[in-house]
Design a protein around this ligand. Sequence first.
Ligand SMILES: [Zn+2]
Length: 103
Amino acid sequence: MFYNNFDRVHSEDRFGMVGKTGDDFREDRRLRIVCYKCHQAPLVIAERNWMDTNNDNSQRYQIVVACEHCGAVDEFIVNDGREGKISKLKHGRCPVSADQIED
Ligand SMILES: [Zn+2]
């Protein structure tokens, strides 16, 4: 799958907690969101990739998720331009919130 092509750099240790409260979108956590292909939940966070520093000094991340059932891959952005803003799923087009993370 394409997400294996990303460098497996665990950048959150260096960037993610710099003066800011971290978010809970961590690798291997599950999200109660249905897959855009097979319409089953959950999606598993496969990768967390640091992208950029926003103007408010929050850290922007790409979160890559994979369906447990069919393996479809989707992605969204945490701190999308400012702290606390989360983008919609790129393919699923549904909003993502931290409330959807399974315990
Ligand atoms: Zn699926």
